[in-house]
Structures are given as C-alpha cells and as structure tokens.
Design a protein around this ligand. Structure first.
Ligand SMILES: Cc1cc2nc3c(=O)[nH]c(=O)nc-3n(C[C@H](O)[C@H](O)[C@H](O)COP(=O)(O)O)c2cc1C
Length: 183
C-alpha cells in the first residue's frame, strides 16, 4: 500500500491547513503519515547539510524517504510561502528524496485572503520544480476554508472538503509507480 506523507506549512495552533492535514490522516490512517516537525527544524545552513545531519533534519528526510507521495497544505504569508515552510523545503534540496516524488497540494486560503494563496502556490510550484518533484495536477485542489469549519476535535467534517481531500489522496496514489515485479 502506498504511503502519502502529509505536511502543513503552518505552525499556527488553530491552522486550517493543519486541520486539513489532520483530517486527511484521520480519513486514511493506514495510507498516510502526518509529519509535524516543521517548527523544530533549524534554520537552513548549507554548512550543516552534511553527515551527521541535525537530528530533526534527518527525521524529515527519513519521513520523505519512507513516503511514496507527498501532500502539502500551506498558507501564504506576505505574498510568498511561510518562512518556516520554505526553510523545510530548503532542507530537502540536498537530499535524494524529492526527485520524482509525486506531490500535490491543497490551497485552503479563505475568501478573506488577499491573493487567495496564489503567490504561495506559484512559489511552491517553482521550488518543487527545482528539486525535481513530480507535481500531480489531479492532486492540486483549491478548497477555501474558514476557521469555523474546524471542529472542536481539530477535524473538518464538511463532506465537500473531505471529498476534495479524498480526490487529492487518490490522485497521488494513482501517480505512484507500481513496484517493479519481483524476480
Ligand atoms: C502575517 C500574515 C500574512 C499573510 N499574507 C497573505 C498574503 O500575502 N496573501 C494571502 O492570500 N493571504 C495572506 N495571509 C492570510 C493567510 O494565508 C490565510 O489566513 C491562511 O488561510 C491562514 O492559514 P492557517 O489557517 O493555516 O494559518 C496572511 C496571514 C498572515 C498571518
């Protein structure tokens, strides 16, 4: 069974993006893994991108290496990706995990977001292209959320949102190369 790694680009406790990731994990606990180490990563420094890697960076790369695909949910800050999340992406550049990895994203920017998250997702596409990830168009969804859609349990119950999450996950799983036949 394919495993989809889920990463939120937000460190905010009540984040709608993290709620999306949490909901995806709850919908498919066997086929997903929620990476939640974003806030613990050190500031990227090429001098530190050597063995032994900082432990949290090694954990990130191990999580990516164990994944068959990646689903990202990130907000936009000041017309760009959040610095903390761009920092995570910078730590992936020197690793061998991203080239060819199927990647999708859900843009959850609500109607009040000035640019609807468009600039962040354009930047995300640029960075993913730079690291050689394989963006899966069918797994890139626009699902505007408002904070009230996140329940007290931290999950999103809205069936439309859940259907979009399922579409993104299905799109990623469909894009995973089948294992080569055993000899
Ligand atoms: C400091 C800051 C800057 C923001 N800048 C933008 C922006 O440039 N464009 C945009 O569409 N939304 C912007 N937003 C709105 C957030 O992207 C939006 O509220 C997002 O849905 C929040 O995601 P979260 O619930 O996961 O924290 C900004 C929010 C904050 C706090």
């Amino acid at each position: 069974m394919a495993t989809v790694l889920l990463i939120s680009g937000s460190t905010r406790a009540g984040s709608t993006n993290t709620a999306l990731v949490r909901t995806a994990a709850a919908m498919d606990p066997d086929g997903t893994r929620h990476y939640d180490g974003l806030a613990a990563l050190p500031a990227f420094n090429p001098d530190d991108d050597i063995e032994p890697l900082p432990p949290t960076v090694a954990e990130l790369r191990a999580a990516l290496a164990a994944a068959d695909a990646l689903l990202i949910c990130t907000p936009e800050y000041a017309g760009a990706l959040p610095g903390a999340f761009k920092n995570l992406l910078d730590w992936t550049v020197g690793g061998a995990e991203m080239p060819g990895l199927p990647v999708g994203w859900i843009n959850a920017a609500g109607v009040a977001a000035p640019t609807g998250g468009a600039a962040a997702h354009a930047e995300l596409a640029t960075v993913l292209g730079y690291v050689g990830a394989r963006v899966v168009d069918a797994a890139c969804r626009r699902v505007p959320l408002v904070r009230s859609q996140v329940g007290d349990d931290g999950l999103i119950a809205d069936p439309h949102v859940r259907a979009e999450i399922a579409t993104a996950l299905d799109g990623l799983v469909s894009a995973v190369d089948p294992a080569p036949p055993a000899r």
